[in-house]
Design a protein around this ligand. Structure first.
Ligand code: SF4
Ligand code: SF4
Length: 301
C-alpha cells in the first residue's frame, strides 16, 4: 500500500470543487509562487512552524537549542539554517509554540478517514479534492486513494499546477473525475518570475487534458505587480478559450494576504508588498476582456 505525507484534511470545504468536500492538503510543491498561501506545504518533508502569539518568552527553547534560537522582545527568532532539533524544542516548549506539520499515512488510512463524511458528499454532490502543495508529486499515493474512493462511488478532484511529466500526470488525472487547473501566466518570463519555473509543460498538460475531454475547472489567480500584465491576462483568457468544452468553469481568484503570517512562523521572507490588492479597475478589465474573448468567468469575492 502507498504512503503519503499530508498536512491537513479540511472538511466541509465548498471552494475546491462541487458540493461539500474534504480537501486533502499534501506536502511538497515544485513551484515557488511568490504569493503562495501555504508555504508550509511548498517545502518538502515534515516541518515545524513557530507561533509567536503562543510564546510566553520563557527562554526554555533558547537554552535547549544551544544556538540558533534567540529571544527578542517580540518572541523567538529562529535561524532556520542552524542544525536545530525541532522535535526537542517542541517537546520542551510549555506553550506548544512549535507545531509539527506533516503526517505520514497509507492510502488505506486516508481513505478510511475520507469515507467518514460520505453522507455529506452524497447529499451535496460533493466529494474529495486532492490539493497541496502539489498533489500530483505524490501521484502513486493519490492515485491509489482516488481509486479506492471511486470504488465507493465518491467523486474526486485533483487540484494541480500541472508541472508533472505528461505520462504520469495524465495517468493520475485519468483516475479522478475533475481537474482544478491553475494557469498563472502565459508569458514564460512572467511565469518564471512569479513561480521560479517555466510554463511550457504546464500549458502542454492543460492541452492534453482538454484533448482527453477531462472536465476542468481553470483557476486564474491575479496578483497585482506580479501577473497582472494586461496583454498576458488576455493571453490567459485566449488560452482557456482554446481548451474548448473540457473547461466547465473558470474562476478568477483575487490575491489575498492570508498566508503572510505563515512566512513569519516559518522564518522565511514574503515577497509580496503589504497592502497589495486587486483594484476595481483590474477586475473590470478582466471581466471586460473575458467578455470580448468569449470566456465565462466567475470572480471570487
Ligand atoms: S519554550 Fe516556547 S514559550 Fe518558551 S520561549 Fe521558547 S517558544 Fe516561547
Ligand atoms: S503551486 Fe500552489 S502550493 Fe505550489 S507554490 Fe504555487 S501556490 Fe504554493
Amino acid at each position: 500500500m502507498e504512503t503519503g505525507l499530508i498536512s491537513t484534511l479540511q472538511r466541509y470545504s465548498t471552494k475546491d470543487g462541487p458540493g461539500i468536500r474534504t480537501t486533502v492538503f499534501l506536502v511538497g510543491c515544485n513551484l515557488r509562487c511568490a504569493w503562495c498561501a501555504n508555504p508550509e506545504l511548498m517545502l518538502p518533508g515534515e516541518k515545524y512552524l513557530y507561533y509567536q502569539q503562543r510564546c510566553i518568552k520563557c527562554g526554555a527553547c533558547v537554552k535547549a537549542a544551544g544556538g540558533g534560537v534567540t529571544l527578542t522582545q517580540e518572541g523567538c527568532v529562529i535561524d532556520r539554517s542552524a542544525p536545530l532539533d525541532f522535535a526537542k524544542l517542541a517537546h520542551i516548549c510549555p506553550q506548544s509554540a512549535y507545531e509539527k506539520k506533516g503526517i505520514r499515512m497509507t492510502s488505506g488510512e486516508l481513505t478510511e478517514k475520507l469515507l467518514r463524511d460520505r453522507e455529506f458528499y452524497a447529499v451535496s454532490g460533493g466529494g474529495v479534492t486532492f490539493s497541496g502543495g502539489e498533489a500530483a508529486l505524490q501521484a502513486p499515493f493519490v492515485r491509489e486513494t482516488a481509486m479506492a474512493l471511486k470504488e465507493e462511488g465518491i467523486h474526486t478532484a485533483l487540484d494541480t499546477a500541472g508541472l508533472i511529466p505528461s505520462d504520469r500526470f495524465m495517468d493520475l488525472a485519468g483516475e479522478t473525475d475533475l481537474v482544478l487547473y491553475d494557469i498563472k501566466a502565459i508569458d514564460p518570463g512572467i511565469h518564471q518570475r512569479c513561480t521560479g519555473t517555466d510554463n511550457a509543460l504546464i500549458l502542454e498538460n492543460a492541452r492534453l487534458l482538454a484533448k482527453a475531454d477531462k472536465p476542468m475547472w481553470v483557476r486564474l489567480v491575479l496578483v497585482p505587480g506580479w501577473n497582472d500584465d494586461r496583454e498576458d491576462i488576455r493571453a490567459r483568457l485566449r488560452f482557456v478559450k482554446s481548451l474548448g468544452s473540457a473547461v466547465r468553469r473558470v474562476d478568477v481568484l483575487k490575491y489575498h494576504s492570508l498566508g503572510a503570517g505563515k512566512y513569519r512562523q516559518m522564518g522565511i521572507p514574503y515577497a509580496i508588498r503589504p497592502g497589495t490588492a486587486c483594484s476595481g479597475e483590474l477586475i473590470r478589465f478582466v471581466e471586460e476582456t473575458a467578455r470580448e474573448e468569449g470566456v465565462d468567468i466567475k470572480v471570487e469575492n
